[in-house]
Each structure stands twice: as C-alpha cells, then as structure tokens.
Write a protein that binds this ligand. Structure first.
Ligand SMILES: [Zn+2]
Length: 432
C-alpha cells in the first residue's frame, strides 16, 4: 500500500511547486548561461550538482568510461575524448514501502547555436520577455532539468518523502550518442519507470525513431579550375551526386511508413548537417566530407540503416564512372541507435496522463516523435520511459525559448505523478 498517498492533497503539491517558481527560474537562467555544447558540459553539471545539494540531496558523479561504453549494447561509435566527463545523479531516498521507483532524467548538453548572427540576443545569454525565457538550451532541455528538480524540491520542502526511490539524473551527450544515460544504466540505475523531461508539452511521447549519423568521405583530383572539365574531378560535385542518391533513398523510406509513423507525412528525415571540402575557389576540390543524420523506424536496426545508406552511395557510384574511379568511403561516428516505443496502456503512461489531467482538465495524447531521445536506453533495459516536459520553441534553431509558466506546470504535473506513482509519506520534518 502506498502509505500516506491519501493524506497529501493535490493543492498542497501544486502550491509547493508554485512557491519554487523563483528558485526554478534562477536555476534555469544559470543553466542557459553555461554554454554546455559537446565537450563543455561540466559548467552545467556543476550548477546541477549545486542545485541538487540545495534541495537537501547528496549528488554523486557517474563518470563516462570510454572502454565500458564502447563494449556496451546500445552504444554508438565516437571519436572524441570523454575523459573527465560525468553525469550528476541524486537519489531522493524512499521511506516506507509499496511505491514504485522512478528515474527523472534530463540532459545538460546543448547543440551549437546554428548561426549566432541570426539570434536576436546572444544565444548563451538568458533573456526574459514576459513568459518566455530565451537562450540556446532553454527548451532543449534545461527547462526540463529545472522542472524535474523543482518537483522533488517542492515535495521535499513540503515535508514528504517518496515511498519508493526517485533518482534525478543530469546527463551528458544526449545530442550525439546518448552515452550519458547509457553510462547511468551501466552504473546500475534501475527503476520501475523513467520520465525524461524533454520539451514535449501537452502530450506524452511514447515512440521515437532511431538515428544514424554517417560521414561520406569523397576524394577528387585537384587541378586548376580553368581546366577542370577534362583534368580534374571535383569532390564537392561528387558530394552533390551522392546526396542526390541519398535523397532518393530517403524518399523510398517515406513511401509506406509502419504505424505509428503512418500518421506522419514524412517521418524519416535525412539531414545533410555539415559539409566541408576544398581549399581554394580556383582549385578543383580534392576532398569533401558530407556529414548526415537519418532516422530509423522502431524495429529497424542501425546495421540495416547502414546497409541502406551504403546501398544509396553505391547507387551514386554505379551511375558515375568518375565517382567509381574515386570511390567514396562511409564512416560512422556518433548516433547509431535504434528507435523505441512503449505501449500507451503502460501504467506509466496512464498514471502520468492522469496526473496531467488533474491540472489541465484533459488527458494528453500519447504521441510518436520523429526525433530520438535517451528513452531508448531505458526501454532497452526493460524500464518503460516516456518524454513529457515544458513548452519550448526554436529547438535546434534560432531564438530558442521556453514558456516559464509551462516549466512550473510541468513540475506540478510531475509532483502529482510522484504522489501517484511513488507514493508520498510524511518525511524528515515529521520525524525530527
Ligand atoms: Zn533534448
């Protein structure tokens, strides 16, 4: 039995969270102003560590272990150094019994600003305008980190403890491999459910695609541009030919999507994200690298996705004798991950949906996303995981922003959910 669940009223929880709005905004501002791009996550992790301590918790570090990650199921290839990187994890210990344990997970890393000159304000300055707080990472997903922390902080300071443990995880590398979350699982993190507070407002995300990053290395034959047509072979032109074949591959993948992706017009997106090549306008480009991201349907393995990409590149080669003489090489570095899904009937989804409905008056839809999140790692380990969190806009774009009211409301829903899922018992205040 979830002792004490009946004696905590929803109103007490909603008020306790609302009372933390100032603390939450202050945490969010500090997080946004820490430019936690890949390799620079530590400034954000220090802030999260302080925040957990300020909630009366005892955070610990879960260091990334390159060797363990490389050997782990669900890992992606990576060429960069992870030495010194860590997740920050804090347990809110259980008192009592009978509840269900919970992981609340958020990532501290952010993607680069895309094009700083296009931003109205500098991307790593937190600027408030009415209900909106602007800055890279404000939505994706520092607001989610703030919301999950405040949910626990508010319940804790109102004098409650959970009947089953709640673990808060602030992880790194969600935007490139998911190895922060994977490392937490390698470290032994387990729970009856996981909620990732990604910016998925007013719905619960139950299915996601997988993602493959691949890099096509093209080589050309350098020559003076004036004689390019008969002497040289341009690696940038070669990249254009390969990209055209990859676009045809993408179109085929979107021909007949399996459910739940049949509800989307174009669920599988190929994104040529980075292209670099050549060294002089009047020299035929000798090299070019085309770095792309493509989605995978749940059930499709990263290996199958690789085979598809390589077949598309081979198609370009078959159509071009010059490309055949200078064959492209496909390299994998970063995301190589499967999609995942949880059943909308899962107790996690139903309980979270019920908590949402008590604040907002309606049950939120359970939806699929055409992006990936760390949820797949938990699902692979048998831990049902969904995404739910604040309202962000401009994610991975410019002038990213988050609705501060939605951060408070997400934390309120999480507070109600913790009551229902974990159970709440009178905590330290009653015992002392
Ligand atoms: Zn995210």
């Amino acid at each position: 039995m979830r002792a004490g669940a009946e004696i905590v009223s929803d109103e007490v929880i909603l008020d306790a969270v609302a009372a933390e709005a100032g603390w939450m905004e202050d945490l969010l501002v500090r997080l946004v102003e820490a430019p936690t791009t890949l390799g620079n996550e530590e400034a954000g992790q220090r802030i999260m560590e302080e925040a957990f301590i300020d909630c009366g918790l005892e955070p610990r570090s879960v260091a990334l272990d390159a060797e363990a990650l490389r050997g782990a199921e669900g890992a992606s290839p990576f060429s960069w150094d992870v030495e010194g990187k860590r997740n920050v994890v804090a347990d809110w210990p259980a008192s009592g019994s009978g509840g269900r344990s919970l992981i609340l997970n958020g990532h501290v890393d952010v993607v680069p600003p895309a094009a700083e000159a296009l931003w109205t304000n500098p991307p790593f300055r937190a600027v408030r305008d009415g209900d909106w707080l602007y800055g890279r990472g404000a939505g994706d997903m520092k607001a989610g980190l703030a919301a999950m922390t405040v949910a626990v902080r508010a319940l804790e300071s109102a004098g409650y403890t959970p009947a089953a443990e709640v673990q808060l995880q602030s992880v790194v590398e969600e935007e490139c491999t998911g190895h922060g979350a994977l490392q937490c699982l390698l470290d032994g993190a387990r729970a009856d459910a996981c909620v990732i507070t990604e910016p998925h407002p007013d719905h619960i995300t139950v299915a996601q695609v997988g993602v493959l990053w691949f890099h096509v290395e093209l080589s050309g034959i350098p020559a003076h541009a004036a004689r390019a047509s008969h002497l040289g072979f341009n690696a940038i032109d070669a990249a254009v030919e390969v990209l055209a074949a990859l676009r045809r591959h993408e179109a085929r993948l979107n021909d007949d999507p399996p459910p739940p992706y049949d509800a989307f017009e174009h669920p599988i997106n190929l994104n040529p994200g980075v292209i670099s090549g050549g060294d002089w306008p009047s020299t035929v480009a000798a090299t070019c690298t085309l770095s792309c991201r493509i989605g995978l349907y749940p059930g499709q393995s990263p290996e199958e996705a690789r085979t598809g990409v390589e077949a598309a590149v081979a198609e370009a080669v078959a159509a071009s004798p010059r490309l055949a003489e200078n064959p492209p090489r496909v390299r994998y570095d970063g995301f190589s991950c499967e999609g995942s899904a949880v059943d909308a009937d899962e107790p996690l989804v139903q309980t979270l949906s019920g908590a949402y409905a008590r604040l907002h008056g309606v049950r939120p839809p359970a939806l699929a996303t055409t992006a990936t999140t760390d949820a797949r790692h938990f699902v692979r380990m048998g831990i049902p995981a969904v995404c739910f969190g604040p309202r962000g806009e401009g994610i991975h774009g410019i002038d990213e922003r988050v609705s501060l009211r939605s951060v408070v409301e997400s934390a309120q829903v999480l507070g109600l959910f913790i009551k229902d899922w974990c159970g709440l018992a009178p905590g330290r205040k009653e015992e002392s």
